[in-house]
Ligand binder design. Structure first.
Ligand code: JHZ
Length: 396
């Protein structure tokens, strides 16, 4: 019942930045996307082995994007106030941007990337450096942990390929009246904005509320709340509890509104995905045309934000160093390396004078306001920005 609608070509591991001597052995796979007529879930056709993506060398450092630190502090405070959990677990705890807002005596992390698991262990949080599975939930129980009142995950559940195993593991270790809260990019926002670069190896699925409602029910869980968030280009925060356990947490009007909005958009119909695929192709044509014209008129272009998203764009559109000279990024582990597949040098923002460039491509378009504000001097000196979301355009 899975129907393919989009082919984003040969793609590398989105967050595997490389040294020059690693170019020859780089791993590539076919990035194709399918729609499941049964559950309405959108997923990658071919999954990449998790160990190839999430390991000791993982470079995405949540705390290096300053707006995200504030985001996680605010959500932790809200959850504490609204639900007052006595035991907390975060799945995909990365560098502890969320965990650090909770006392470490009743909070644990799960993080398969060993480098980050060590960071949160050093902060005093017990961290299981493993992938989230039903087997791990059993192991955590056997280690003597009581069931959790709050299980939280941000930009992690959509990375998990086997959702039935993932949700049954949650059900196994969620306390009777506990809540499971997770946030991931919204499929509706991606379709509305044409932000096809939300699709890369790590994002095994792009969730709609509709598909989650179906899959959670199948696993004995109920979705009772949805918050629409602006982070990461438009995400949904989903609130889940056990089905069949009496509680006053009943699905709120936001759940109904979200399901209704998605239905009106046609998220359950294959045709909408065919229309999206045409839009993606047009975006590629427009971006390539623009960058080629700029090159022909000797304009210099760099990109800000060596994101997973820009890995998809650069590889799908065939953009290399001849079109975008370099990428700046605040993450020290990405600096001095080359971008996956497209092999564009990644440098520290401080090492370049933006006024030597005519155009800046927004690789991190989701931080557009922050970046444009930080780089006022560039636009005041005549510099211009390029983005491909929602359409390819130049602005200053
Ligand atoms: P950002 C990652 O995707 C990977 P990416 C992951 N799979 C996921 O799901 C999402 O996050 C949530 C830099 N930066 O957040 C920092 C600047 O250089 O859009 C980051 O490297 N200057 C877990 O990689 C990158 O840009 C700045 O001013 O698409 C942003 O990456 C700012 C604000 C950021 O996620």
């Amino acid at each position: 019942m899975k129907k393919e609608f989009l082919d984003l070509g040969r793609q590398p591991i989105a967050n595997k930045f490389l040294k020059e001597d690693e170019f020859n052995e780089e791993f590539f796979f076919d990035l194709k996307v399918v729609f499941d007529e049964d559950t309405k879930l959108v997923s990658l056709k071919e999954f990449v082995k998790p160990e190839l993506m999430f390991n000791e060398d993982y470079v995405y450092h949540t705390s290096l994007s300053v707006p995200m630190v504030k985001h996680f502090k605010e959500i932790a405070e809200m959850l504490m106030k609204e639900f007052n959990p006595l035991t907390v677990m975060e799945i995909g705890s990365n560098d502890g941007a969320f965990l650090k807002n909770w006392p470490n005596d009743y909070t644990i992390g799960v993080e398969p990337c060993g480098n980050f698991a060590k960071v949160t262990e050093d902060m005093g949080y017990q961290t299981y450096s493993e992938f989230w599975t039903a087997e791990l939930s059993e192991k955590i129980k056997n280690d003597g942990h009581v069931d959790f009142d709050l299980i939280y995950a941000a930009n992690c559940i959509c990375h998990i390929q086997d959702l039935d195993d993932c949700f049954s593991a949650i059900k196994n270790i969620l306390s009777k009246k506990g809540i499971f809260v997770f946030e991931d990019p919204s499929l509706l926002r991606m379709l509305e904005r044409g932000s096809y670069d939300q699709i890369y190896d790590e994002h095994a699925h792009i969730f709609s509320v509709t598909a989650l409602d179906n899959i959670l029910r199948k696993n004995g869980l109920i979705l009772f709340g949805v918050d629409n968030l602006s982070v990461h280009g438009g995400s949904n925060r989903i609130y889940v509890r056990h089905a069949n356990i009496p509680t006053d947490l009943i699905p709120d009007e936001f759940v109904r509104n979200n399901l209704q909005k998605e239905k009106e958009f046609g998220i359950d119909k294959f045709q909408i995905y065919e229309i999206f695929a045409e839009r993606v192709e047009k975006s590629k044509e427009d971006l390539c045309k623009l960058l080629l014209e700029l090159k022909e008129s000797n304009k210099k272009v760099l990109s800000i934000g060596a994101t997973s998203k820009s890995t998809t764009v650069f590889n799908y559109c065939g953009i290399d160093e001849s079109l975008i000279e370099c990428i700046t990024d605040t993450t020290p582990d990405k600096q001095g390396m080359y971008s996956p597949g497209s092999h564009i040098p990644v440098v520290d923002r401080e090492s370049v004078n933006l006024n030597d460039y005519d155009y800046v491509f927004l690789g991190a378009w989701n931080f557009k306001d922050v970046i444009v504000d930080k780089e006022k001097d560039f636009t005041e000196n005549g510099g211009k920005f390029i983005t491909h979301v929602p359409e390819v355009m130049i602005f200053s």
